[in-house]
Design a protein around this ligand. Structure first.
Ligand SMILES: Cc1cc2nc3c(=O)[nH]c(=O)nc-3n(C[C@H](O)[C@H](O)[C@H](O)COP(=O)(O)OP(=O)(O)OC[C@H]3O[C@@H](n4cnc5c(N)ncnc54)[C@H](O)[C@@H]3O)c2cc1C
Length: 398
């Protein structure tokens, strides 16, 4: 069974092991869900990339060096789906806020509608009598991870066969996935529901599941035969990406969060003090909480050797006072923290800044260059990928 990397050392070992398969083999085999015992046909790096124990840049460089663009185009394009989704949501934070409001309202509705609550409980307990779906619930609970194809099938069954609100499915995933990402998760669920590519839904068919799961499932329950698009929600126009913060002179403290744990590749100024917060936001399942804690501890340990400072652990409940005290204790002029994309950590940073704390964010060049192109669908983003990868004038093969 795949152990998902929660440290940089494990992530690099995983990348190393996967590298020979990242070329044409990946393109041919990636859609097969071979089960929790065999993840050799995909990288299984998402929990590590999500928290930037390793970066997109680093992975792309290694894969390009091993295979070149022509053989690795599929893998590199998939890698850039994460970048695209992050950029798309970054330009439309209202979609995330709307999702959060919807989850809250639907959680109350569950209490008022016994029929809806029963169906929700059966689905989330893996008691639907759809053998594959029930197995994926178990896999998610046990491993905190599902293959991409299984995530698509799961969401399609949730929305169109079980007729449950997509937001509750996304929330169920978000609490459990080790790689839970506001952008990739919310926007993928919206994509299946026909809200991302408006009107274009994803309908799963039983023979497709059978074909790509090596006969593990019978799928003899009736799956929905059609997937009518949900009523479109009000469109949100993309905003311009704000300019990245400039870092002032003076004594600067580094505050690490679980959003970006590779300080070694950030353009850091000289650092006078180091801090970290254990966890921000949400109510993660225990396995996810443990994963995030291990990843953070790993990032903090590397930041300690990079900067030569021992990290101060700031308590979450009264973060504002704790940061203010830390700034005063170390006579800091400003605090830098890696840019947090749309989500609970970004919200927390924004509210701390709003109190006047001198916090500046460090945005990676990869994000600053890519995100402004996420204004429309992926097909409009895709032509920018070779340039993002530094391939100069080389053009995609298709
Ligand atoms: C309903 C649904 C929910 C999802 N929720 C999340 C989520 O919360 N967090 C998350 O990281 N991914 C999410 N995904 C995207 C995708 O399923 C995972 O990123 C992928 O399965 C990770 O496996 P891997 O690392 O083996 O990917 P590989 O196939 O090895 O791809 C390499 C990397 O490319 C990126 N990538 C590949 N496919 C996608 C994709 N479709 N969308 C975005 N990035 C991609 C990931 O960083 C991945 O690690 C979701 C997909 C669906 C359909």
């Amino acid at each position: 069974v795949t152990a998902f990397a929660a440290t940089r050392t494990d992530a690099l070992a995983r990348l190393d092991a996967f590298l020979p398969h990242a070329g044409r083999t990946y393109a041919a085999r990636r859609n097969h869900d071979l089960g929790p015992g065999d993840r050799g046909n995909v990288s299984a790096l998402s929990p590590a990339i999500r928290r930037r124990l390793t970066t997109e840049r680093e992975i792309a460089d290694a894969v390009l060096a091993a295979h070149g663009w022509a053989a690795a185009e599929k893998f590199l394009t998939e890698l850039c789906w994460r970048t695209y989704f992050k950029g798309w949501l970054e330009l439309r934070p209202e979609i995330w806020r709307r999702y959060e409001r919807d989850v809250e309202a639907l959680s109350l509705r569950l209490l008022e509608e016994p029929d809806l609550l029963d169906r929700y409980r059966a689905a989330t307990a893996g008691r639907t009598d759809i053998d594959c779906f029930d197995a994926w619930v178990g896999e998610l609970e046990t491993h905190g991870w599902l293959h991409n194809h299984a995530r698509m099938w799961f969401a399609s069954i949730w929305i169109f066969t079980l007729r449950l609100p997509w937001q509750l499915g996304a929330d169920f995933f978000y609490a459990r996935l080790l790689d839970a990402c506001p952008a990739s998760n919310t926007l993928s669920w919206r994509w299946v529901a026909g809200l991302h590519s408006v009107g274009k839904t994803y309908l799963v068919r039983a023979d497709n599941i059978r074909a790509f799961t090596g006969g593990r499932f019978r799928v003899d329950a009736r799956l929905a035969a059609e997937a009518p698009p949900l009523p479109p929600d009000p469109p949100v126009a993309p905003t311009a990406l704000p300019a990245a913060d400039t870092i002032p002179d003076g004594r600067i403290g580094l505050w690490l969060t679980s959003e970006d744990l590779h300080p070694e590749s950030l353009p850091l100024p000289p650092i006078a003090a180091l801090a970290a917060v254990d966890r921000i936001g949400g109510a993660p399942a225990p396995a996810k909480a443990a994963h995030v804690a291990t990843a953070l501890a790993d990032g903090v340990a590397r930041a300690e050797s990079l900067t030569g400072h021992t990290a101060t652990r700031l308590p979450e409940p009264d973060l504002e006072t704790a940061i203010a005290d830390w700034i005063a204790d170390h006579r800091l002029d400003a605090v830098v923290t890696p840019y947090a994309p749309v989500g609970p950590v970004a919200d927390r940073i924004a509210s701390l800044r709003a109190t006047g704390l001198p916090i500046r964010t460090l945005r990676r060049d990869w994000d600053s260059r890519a995100w402004p192109h996420a204004t429309k669908g992926f097909f409009a983003f895709r032509p920018h990928i070779p340039q993002l990868l530094g391939l100069g004038l080389e053009t995609p093969t298709r």
